[in-house]
Design a protein. Structure first.
Length: 670
């Protein structure tokens, strides 16, 4: 009987087959397939559920000590060149397979309730299945070239899902922005992959690492070229995992349906970049400079995301910048040479961030019944408040997520974030300080989100405030449209059940990574786990952990005083005194404006200049050639008389001209 690893190729294939079946059905029998909502949902859930069961079996085998499994076949060959494809199952891949299938399955169940009344229900489920399949294929890819194929498929699916409501200008622009920004990173990734193949003759992860090391040793590849190739490859994860300065697409991606926001932010697109850096650790660990660059970029991203989240009033965008910040923590860990810590935070973050986004979707779903479907109104926390009594399950799970991401023990976020800060403290103390301060900011803005949304009086029925927000956003005010008479209510079971399920790992899964007995590290790197256990010291752990908890507690306390007890008016205390800083943060560091001026307008200006060159120079040369041809033809037609005497005269004249010419050229120079 084959092991689960031997048939692991079915994990991405099963949801792919489901997506192909429903997709072809939509193309061929659109009206009929759109009416079969529940059958389509059952089929796709069954395909993804079977993939999840198989993923759990693969993880169980790896936990039991099964060796990594690699199955390859020759996809292309030419002479001595061969290009293998296939799949690989190892502890890192097994963890990611279980994580992605779990989150994707819960998101799909949630979507049944959230998208129940949407006309594109079947199309959305098809995209979800294809998105999940692409990410699962990326995880089991054995080399960089195969990863690149699935990498692009993940990007395509994110474009389709972010722009799912393409009739909305915001969604269409967000999809284009995500596509273009990721193409920048993917271009660097492709150049890096091709350069590494040129230098090493391999696409295999370990083969590239060993080959580049040998090439540097024997002098066939200079050190600067090797560093350049490593950084080019890192451009791919910079874009996919929303690292500064290629992070700008992720907050705008909130224009898509909330379930896809949860999937992108928790387990698919942004996780792909962190996962690839972990896969390339044998390569990056050879170059401390590359590690330092990754750590610095991660730290900047970490601080940037948290600082912008401080001023956000849109619930989903506040969570989006929180994701940007947490991804910065993961990259900081990778740069510090601690891929296990980075992957552990990816896993813990996936559970509580998926739960937080799905909670936000539950809130928006309820708000739409009161204020309408205009995102500006349904997602603005200034119209919320007091939802805890009406939505007890949503509010409780959101609170659990806030505690977890704030790093309060014993919830999951504490163990993973503390491990990263500990590694940063030993490797780059200055970067640790930035990460430490960011931890306090994280706790503050997360509880700010909670208190504005779930506590205090409900403000959604304030018509003047609704009109004010619409006017500020440049929207037309319609007294009949934005004001609904619905009643706030808890979401249906299909939406609340995934929240309850995700709350369990958000609380408990961090216990698998306790530094004195890390089961997570034991699975991914047994040698590192043993070293952690042997070198663990309470005298080192408690001060760093205590400081982390203390600054998080300080952030929570400030949020309580400002937004729950209302003892402090931060608007008067800080925003009024430092308007430039407040404007800087509210305008997202002006990075969108800078990109608009430098790249968007700059590229348009360049395009206009190229058009001018094309019209005046290229077309001018072509037109001149045509005119010369016409002119010469018009002139020569008069020599075509049909009279032999005339032709003989022309030949005689030509001979005389040649004699004179050669005579002049051959005469001696005086």
């Amino acid at each position: 009987m084959p092991s689960a690893a031997d048939i692991a190729w079915l994990i991405p294939v099963l949801p792919l087959l489901g997506a192909l079946a429903t997709g072809l059905g939509l193309i061929s029998f659109n009206h009929t397939i759109n009416r079969l909502r529940k059958p389509v949902a059952v089929v796709l859930l069954s395909c993804l559920g079977a993939a999840a069961v198989l993923s759990y079996a693969v993880l169980a085998e790896q936990l039991a000590g099964a060796p990594p499994v690699t199955h390859l076949f020759i996809w292309a060959s030419a002479g001595s060149f061969t290009l293998p494809m296939g799949y690989v199952i190892d502890p890192l891949g097994a963890v990611m397979l279980a994580l992605v299938t779990t989150i994707a399955l819960l998101v799909m169940i949630y979507s049944h309730g959230y998208m129940a009344h949407d006309k594109g229900y079947v199309r959305f489920f098809t995209y979800l299945a294809l998105f999940s399949s692409s990410m699962l294929g990326l995880i089991i890819s054995p080399n960089l070239l195969e990863i690149y194929v699935f990498w692009e498929l993940v990007g395509m699916c994110s474009y389709l899902l972010v722009g799912f409501w393409y009739n909305r200008d915001g969604a269409a622009h967000a999809a284009q922005k995500a596509f273009v920004v990721n193409r920048v990173g993917d271009f660097g990734l492709l150049l890096g992959i091709l350069g590494l193949f040129w230098a090493t003759g391999s696409f295999d992860f370990q083969g590239i690492a060993d080959g580049l090391s040998d090439a540097i040793t024997n002098g066939s590849v200079p050190g600067w070229a090797a560093l350049t190739l490593c950084l080019l490859v890192f451009m791919g994860p910079m874009a996919k995992s929303a690292q500064f300065p290629l992070h700008v697409w992720l907050p705008d991606a909130m224009e898509g349906p909330t379930p896809i926001s949860a999937l992108i932010h928790a387990a698919t697109m942004v996780a792909a970049g962190v996962f690839l850096v972990a896969r390339l650790d044998p390569l990056y660990s050879q170059f401390p400079v590359v590690g330092l660059v990754i750590a610095i970029i991660g730290t900047i991203t970490c601080f940037l995301g948290a600082s912008i989240a401080l001023t956000q009033m849109d619930l989903k965008k506040g969570l989006a910048y929180s994701t940007v910040s947490q991804l910065g923590y993961m990259m900081l860990a990778m740069g510090c040479g601690a891929p296990v810590a980075g992957m552990f935070h990816l896993v813990t973050h996936a559970f509580f961030k998926a739960m937080l986004f799905l909670c936000s979707g539950s809130v928006i779903h309820a708000m739409e019944d009161v204020v309408g479907h205009e995102p500006i109104l349904a997602q603005d926390m200034r119209l919320m408040g007091g939802l805890r009594k009406k939505m007890p399950i949503t509010s409780t799970t959101f609170l659990i997520g806030c505690i977890a991401i704030s790093g309060i023990p014993p919830l999951a976020g504490f163990w993973s974030k503390d491990e990263i800060l500990g590694q940063a403290f030993m490797a780059f103390p200055l970067l640790w300080l930035v990460g430490f301060l960011t931890a306090g900011m994280t706790a503050f803005y997360m509880f700010r989100l909670y208190f504005l949304t779930f506590e205090g009086p409900f403000k959604g029925d304030d018509k003047d405030l609704q009109n004010q927000l619409l006017s500020a956003a440049g929207k037309g005010i319609d007294d009949d449209h934005p004001h609904h008479a619905g009643v706030l209510h808890e979401s249906p079971w299909s939406m609340t059940m995934p929240l309850a399920v995700l709350a369990v790992p958000s609380v408990l899964i961090g216990l698998l990574g306790t530094p004195w007995n890390s089961q997570f590290a034991a699975l991914l790197n047994p040698k590192e786990a043993l070293e952690m256990a042997e070198t663990f010291s309470w005298s080192e752990f408690l001060p760093l952990a205590g400081a982390s908890v203390a600054i998080s507690t300080a952030g929570i306390s400030l949020a309580v005083l400002a937004y729950y007890l209302h003892r402090i008016d931060l608007g008067q205390l800080l925003a009024a005194r430092f308007p430039s800083i407040n404007s800087f943060l509210a305008n997202k560091w002006y990075l969108d404006e800078i990109n608009e001026k430098l790249f968007v307008r700059g590229s348009r200006k360049l395009a206009r200049e190229v058009l001018e060159v094309d019209a005046k120079v290229v077309d001018g040369v072509v037109n001149l050639t045509g005119l010369l041809t016409i002119g010469s033809g018009e002139g020569l037609k008069y020599f075509e008389t049909g009279r032999a005497q005339f032709y003989a005269l022309i030949v005689f004249g030509g001979v005389i001209a040649l004699v004179v010419l050669f005579g002049v050229l051959g005469s001696p120079v005086s």
